[in-house]
Design a protein around this ligand. Structure first.
Ligand code: AMP
Ligand code: ZN
Length: 114
C-alpha cells in the first residue's frame, strides 16, 4: 500500500534506523522510544494488524517473533529481559495500521501496562 508509512520504510522511501532485515521481516528503531531499546518489527508485506494474518500465512507470525528474539539478543537484552507488544485497534492505541511488534527493554517495566 503506497500511502502506508511502514510500507514506505520497507521500500526505503522513508528513512529508518534499520536493525535487522531478512526476506520477510524488517526491524528498525522506533522514532519516539519509550525505553532505552525500542525497536519495531514488521512484516515486509502489508498486513493491518495481528488479527488480519490468515491461517495460511501463520508462518509469518513465527518469523516476526523470531526476528524479535534476534533483535533482543543483538541489543543485549537476552539476560535483562524485554517486552514484546503489539497494539491492535482503538482500545490498545494502535496508531500505525501496518502490523508491528514493539520490542522494549533496557529498563524495568511495570505490569499491568497503562
Ligand atoms: P502503535 O501506537 O502501536 O501503532 O505504534 C506505532 C509506533 O510507530 C509508535 O511507537 C511510533 O513512535 C512509531 N513510529 C511512527 N512513525 C515512525 C517512523 N517514521 N519511524 C519509526 N517509528 C515510527
Ligand atoms: Zn503497510
Amino acid at each position: 500500500m503506497n500511502d502506508c508509512l511502514f510500507c514506505q520504510i520497507v521500500q526505503k522511501r522513508i528513512p529508518a534506523k534499520i536493525v535487522h532485515e531478512d526476506e520477510h521481516t524488517l526491524a528498525f528503531d522506533d522514532v519516539n522510544p519509550q525505553a532505552p531499546v525500542h525497536v519495531l518489527i514488521i512484516p515486509k508485506q502489508h498486513v493491518q494488524a495481528v488479527g488480519d494474518v490468515r491461517e495460511t500465512e501463520s508462518g509469518l507470525l513465527a518469523q516476526l517473533l523470531l526476528t524479535c528474539t534476534k533483535v533482543a539478543k543483538h541489543k543485549g537484552l537476552a539476560l535483562s529481559g524485554y517486552r514484546i507488544v503489539t497494539n491492535t485497534g482503538p482500545d490498545a492505541g494502535q496508531t500505525v495500521f501496518h502490523l508491528h511488534l514493539h520490542v522494549l527493554g533496557g529498563r524495568h517495566m511495570t505490569w499491568p501496562p497503562g
